[in-house]
Each structure stands twice: as structure tokens, then as C-alpha cells.
Design a protein around this ligand. Structure first.
Ligand code: BGC
Length: 516
């Protein structure tokens, strides 16, 4: 990597010219629609599994248990079924496998083709689910969707980070999260309406509607240009330069282009990105690729995303009110993401992480106290006053907003910007895989955790929020405004990580070693 000029604005003072062109904006927006695929699916399954005709057709045992439930029974265990949660969670296992393969696809064929494959797989999955007659069709559909998500989540955040001018990278990348939250919200709204269909086939529409974001990403991926880094990586230097000129809106791109080529050369010298990532030199990136997605899932947010309708029914809401409340929390999630878009490149990543963490922690304690006071340990609350419902939903919304401007977007943004090109695809695979493993785990065990840990479930997540905030405070350097090719400097300047990473001159020697 080229050495730095001293100045303001970036870690080593380097400032590439280039503005937020219309082309970049549209490019990033279309790419971020990959997030829609993911969001729609995150949001759809909870509502579908709370629709009686769906349960009756595919999970008759769960339906019978639900029907025979008496008000005096333990409400915490009302939806405790491993088969049912498998319907939600199986997708994330497939996504995990796909994201591991997608790493090689993104490296060899480019980010764009990976997005396209994601869209096609997702379309096939939506078709299987919408026309499902047997449980196996549902599961095959879910697996196809999972493969699609694995491809999209691997390629989209990297693509956006590579195309965006560094000054706006945070805001543009947060569009990915915005698309996720819009996907979740649209799913919540559609579930609410489709659940009312008289013929009992509303779940087919809910699941089949996933074809819409799939088509959007397919169209987007067909028309998007490949990122300059990805073109250079595949030996198309001239095309890469032309593309860089177009997306930056200036022909003064020599400095940035030179750095991209240098980064690409050192990347090509690395024959085994997975083994390289394990080297001591890449320890900060490896730790972040594992810790950030792990902690993101341990905020407990997906308890709300997947199971808000179940949770709301558990705390005494009717089916309609539960779907309605999920719609409200989904709406807050999407709206609050805008706060992140407008602040992430100004106040920086660390402040948002820490503020969001504090907000989520306080809400989790309040929600625990509210549930404990009415449900106790026997899960039998008697009649609940109406203010109680408002109170719990209100705090859940504040909690969701805290996530929506911190761990939600930053959980994807920060990993996508801290990996150097030579290990970028491999590290992003780890990031997506860890995210999927823990998304799967939370989806799979939530109902039984609620049954056994009762209100303590929220304390469990609150403890993790405390730990993750400490982790950010101590170990995550600020990455706002640092060009992606210059990111190594933030680790070299960090009090803890500097002992692991090499200085610029050591790096130059390492490049020579690597290429031998
Ligand atoms: C997370 C998802 C979560 C969503 C909620 C995403 O960043 O990866 O697991 O459901 O945010 O908005």
C-alpha cells in the first residue's frame, strides 16, 4: 500500500478526489436491494407460523397443542416446538453453506455475478414455498432461499464498500441495512393482510411474494457495473479505470487507481486467503469477522424479528393484535435506520455502537421487570391491563430503534470496510457464516429458551449487550472517513492491535515474501 501524505481527514491523510455521483448512488441503491431479499425472509416466517391454516396443513401437532391451550397453562411454553422453529431456522443453515462457497465465486467471477446467482436461487425458493403441498417442499424452498441469501450477503456489502467514495461509504453501506429493515417491514405488513384471507391460503401469498425482491436484485445485478477492485482482481485494468472515472465523476483518479492496483497485486500474491487470514498479522480482522456478527446476533434482536407475533401472543395479545404490533416494531426498525444513515459518517461507528448498546441494555432490563412482574415464574398472568400492552410494546420499540442505528447496520458495515483485499472475500465469508450460525441458533432455540428461562431470557441478552459494548470500547478503532485501502493504518495506531500488525515498511517486505 502506498505510504501516506500527512493531512486531515483520513488515517494517514490521504484524500482521493471524487464526489457522490448519481451513478454511485443508484449503483449502491440497487446493490443494497440485495438486503431486501434477506429482510423479507427474516420478517416473513414468524407471521406465517402464527397463521392457523398454515399450522393445520404442515404442523398439525403444533396446531392441536395451540388449540388445546388453556388460559391457566404456562404461557411461556405455548409455542415450544422444535419442528416449527426448524422451518424458520433451516434457511440460515443453507445460507451458511452458501456463504462459504460464495467466497470463491465472488473472487473468481466478481461481486455482480454472485448477486445475480443469489437472486435466481431466491426466485426458485419463493416458487417452491408458494406452491408447497408437503413439508419437504417448504424445506427445499427454505434451503434455496438460504443459498440465495448466502450469495447476496457475501457480495452486496463488499460491493457497496468498494464502489462508494470513502467519505460516504458508511451512509451508502447502511442502505443495505435499510433494505433489510424495509424487507422485514413489508413482510410484517403483508402477513397482517394475507392472514385475513378467507380461503386460508394467505400464507402462500406471503411466501410467494418473496419473488418480488428476487426479481429486483436480478434486474439490478444485470445492469450494475462490476466494482473497479473486482475488475482489477480479474485482470481487466483498463475497464476498471474507466469504471472508476465514471463512478467518481472525475478523471483525477490516478492516485486511487494506483492504490487499488497495488492492493490487488498484493491480494493476488496471496494464494491461500483462508490460511493467510489465520496469520498473526491479520488477527484484528479475524477477531472482528467473528466477534461482530456473533455479538450482533446476541443482542437478541432476532427474537423480535422472528418471533414478535409469538412473543406478543405469549404476553396476552390476540392473533390480530400480535401481527399489528409486529408491524409497528418493524416500522420503527426501518425508520430508525435513517438515523444511522445520516450520522454514521459524522459521529462515527464507535459512538453509535456504544449509544445503541446502552439503549438496548436499559430497555432489556425494563422489559424483564415488566414481564417478571406480571408473569412471574409460573407464566400465568391472569387478566392484563391495556396500559401494560402499550408499555411493553413501547419499550420493545425503543430497544429496536437502538439496534437499528447501531448493531444492525454496523454489524454489516464495519466488517465490510476493515478487510484488506487479499483476505476480503474469505473474511466476509466468515462474517456471514458466523452471522448465519447464530441467526440459526437463536431461531432454533428461542421458543424453548423462553419456555425454560422465562423472563430471564431478556437478562441473558442484556448481559451480552454489556459485554459487547465493553468489547467495542476496548478493541474497535474508529474507521469513519478512512479510505478502504488505507485501513491498515488504524490498526497500526491502535493501542492493543499495534503489536499484531506490521508497519508500512514491514508490510512492503511481507509483500515480497508472499510473492516468492
Ligand atoms: C441482522 C439480522 C436482523 C436485522 C434486523 C440485520 O442486520 O443481521 O439478523 O434480523 O438486522 O433489522
Amino acid at each position: 500500500m502506498a505510504g501516506g501524505l500527512i493531512g486531515k481527514g483520513t488515517a494517514n491523510g490521504k484524500q482521493y478526489p471524487g464526489k457522490l455521483t448519481f451513478r454511485v448512488f443508484v449503483t449502491c441503491m440497487v446493490a443494497a436491494f440485495g438486503g431486501l431479499i434477506f429482510g423479507y425472509d427474516l420478517g416473513i416466517s414468524g407471521g406465517v407460523t402464527s397463521m392457523d391454516p398454515f399450522l393445520k396443513k404442515f404442523f398439525p401437532d403444533v396446531y392441536a397443542k395451540e388449540m388445546n391451550m388453556k388460559p391457566s397453562d404456562n404461557q411461556y411454553c405455548r409455542f415450544d416446538s422444535q419442528v416449527l422453529t426448524l422451518f424458520t431456522s433451516s434457511l440460515y443453515l443453507a445460507a451458511l453453506v452458501a456463504s462459504l462457497c460464495a467466497s470463491s465465486i465472488t473472487r473468481i467471477f466478481g461481486r455482480r455475478l454472485t448477486m445475480l446467482s443469489g437472486g435466481i436461487l431466491f426466485l426458485a425458493g419463493a416458487g417452491f414455498n408458494a406452491f408447497a403441498q408437503k413439508v419437504w417442499m417448504l424445506i427445499v424452498g427454505r434451503m434455496l432461499l438460504g443459498f440465495g441469501i448466502g450469495c447476496a450477503n457475501q457480495s452486496v456489502p463488499i460491493y457497496v464498500s468498494e464502489v462508494a467514495p470513502y467519505k460516504y461509504r458508511g451512509a451508502l453501506n447502511t442502505m443495505f441495512q435499510l433494505a433489510i429493515t424495509i424487507g422485514i417491514f413489508v413482510a410484517n405488513v403483508l402477513n397482517f393482510f394475507f392472514a385475513k384471507m378467507k380461503n386460508g391460503e394467505g400464507w402462500r401469498y406471503s411466501l410467494g411474494f418473496a419473488a418480488v425482491p428476487a426479481v429486483m436484485i436480478i434486474i439490478g445485478a444485470i445492469f450494475l457495473p462490476d466494482s473497479p477492485s473486482s475488475l482489477i482482481e480479474r485482470g481487466k485494468d483498463e475497464k476498471a479505470k474507466q469504471e472508476l472515472i465514471k463512478i467518481r465523476g472525475t478523471s483525477d483518479v490516478d492516485e486511487e487507481f494506483k492504490d487499488l492496483v497495488e492492493a490487488s497485486e498484493s491480494s493476488m500474491a496471496v494464494k491461500h486467503p483462508w490460511a493467510t487470514l489465520l496469520k498473526r498479522h491479520y488477527r484484528p480482522q479475524l477477531v472482528m469477522a467473528i466477534a461482530i456478527p456473533f455479538f450482533q446476533q446476541l443482542t437478541g434482536m432476532n427474537v423480535i424479528t422472528f418471533y414478535a407475533p409469538v412473543l406478543f401472543r405469549t404476553i396476552g395479545f390476540g392473533s390480530n393484535a400480535s401481527l399489528m404490533s409486529s408491524m409497528i416494531t418493524g416500522g420503527f426498525n426501518a425508520l430508525a435506520t435513517f438515523v444511522s444513515i445520516f450520522t454514521v459518517d459524522k459521529v462515527g461507528r464507535r459512538k453509535l455502537f456504544l449509544e445503541g448498546g446502552a439503549q438496548m441494555f436499559i430497555c432489556q432490563i425494563v422489559i424483564t421487570a415488566a414481564i417478571a412482574s406480571k408473569f412471574g415464574v409460573d407464566g400465568n398472568p391472569g387478566m392484563l391491563p391495556i396500559w401494560y400492552a402499550f408499555f411493553v410494546v413501547g419499550f420493545i420499540c425503543i430497544y429496536v430503534m437502538g439496534f437499528a442505528w447501531s448493531w444492525g447496520p454496523l454489524g454489516w458495515l464495519v466488517p465490510s470496510e476493515i478487510f484488506p483485499l487479499e483476505v476480503r472475500s474469505a473474511a466476509q465469508s466468515i462474517n456471514v457464516s458466523v452471522n448465519m450460525i447464530f441467526t440459526f441458533a437463536i431461531a432454533q432455540v428461542f421458543t424453548s429458551m423462553l419456555c425454560h428461562m422465562k423472563f430471564g431470557l431478556f437478562i441473558f441478552f442484556a448481559c451480552f449487550v454489556l459485554v459487547m459494548s465493553g468489547f467495542i470500547y476496548k478493541f474497535l478503532p474508529e474507521t469513519k472517513g478512512v479510505p478502504i485501502e488505507e485501513m491498515s493504518v488504524v490498526w497500526q495506531n491502535h493501542s492493543y492491535w499495534k503489536k499484531f500488525v506490521k508497519s508500512a515498511s514491514e508490510e512492503a517486505n511481507a509483500k515480497v515474501d508472499n510473492s516468492c
